[in-house]
Design a protein around this ligand. Structure first.
Ligand code: SF4
Length: 244
């Protein structure tokens, strides 16, 4: 957690949510190696367990903080949850109401999609007018920037391009796919993505699972990438060492 301060504005609190398993962080690749099935359209544990669940936990925490600061409070805590989803992105998103309220006795959460009706051109015009710096994935030709390798991305060219931009991550995904014996998607394996991107496969005895078991909680992917880049010796990774 950190506070973002701007001149003449009150500090803005900034939080990054993470999935916790038994109280310790777990990242996507670690979850995959334990779960041994990729997420899919009907089993999107990536969204429910790694995004929505942690956000819900934060909302509960925020409400609890308000009640702790106001012991006599009887009104529900009101929270505005703004999301950047747009109708043009998918049928499912088009069907989402731009405003909906989820309330119980303790908190009232209003979910608001302020960009729901915006076409892509308007988003870029607004970014340019604000002088904001777009995510580098867009400059690299990606149409969207979310998970680097999204199981729902039907654009094979974009996945191959993502593998060229993030070859080590692609290699780890492919090795995980091989280890669990379940393809990234029913119609597309990560080995095909690597082949299209001309990224070599990792040796089958590359110690991905062992690194994950030894890595400090939630850091398995970062540690594995550090080993691939030669920034961390394998032995040190297997001993649970963290980068300084
Ligand atoms: S971007 Fe794709 S892979 Fe990532 S959480 Fe969403 S659906 Fe899952």
């Amino acid at each position: 957690m950190r506070a973002l301060t701007r001149p003449n504005e009150p500090p803005l609190r900034f939080e990054v949510v993470r999935r916790l398993r038994d109280g310790v962080p777990e990242d996507l690749l670690g979850y995959l190696l334990r779960h041994r099935r990729w997420p899919a359209a009907r089993t999107r544990w990536c969204t429910s367990d790694l995004k929505r669940g942690p956000v819900k936990r934060l909302i509960t925490q925020l409400a609890n903080e308000v009640y702790a600061a106001e012991p006599g409070r009887t009104r529900p805590v009101r929270i505005l949850n703004c999301l950047g989803m747009r109708a043009a992105e998918s049928h499912a998103r088009a069907k989402r109401p731009p405003l909906r309220v989820d309330a119980n006795g303790r908190r009232e959460v209003t979910e608001w999609l302020p960009l729901h009706t915006w076409p892509t051109e308007r988003v870029w015009a607004r970014i340019n007018a604000a002088g904001a710096e777009p995510h580098p994935a867009y400059a690299a030709g990606q149409s969207r920037a979310s998970c680097v390798f999204c199981v729902l991305n039907g654009n094979r060219g974009e996945l191959a391009s993502a593998a060229r931009l993030h070859p080590q991550l692609a290699q780890l995904y492919e090795l995980a796919e091989w280890l669990i014996g379940h393809d990234f998607r029913a119609d597309l394996a990560m080995r095909d993505v690597l082949a299209a991107a001309e990224v070599p496969l990792l040796p089958r005895d590359w110690p991905l699972e062992a690194i994950f078991q030894a890595a400090p909680a939630g850091t398995g992917t970062a540690v594995a990438i550090a080993v691939l880049r030669g920034e961390l010796p394998v032995a040190q990774a297997l001993a649970g060492a963290t980068r300084s």
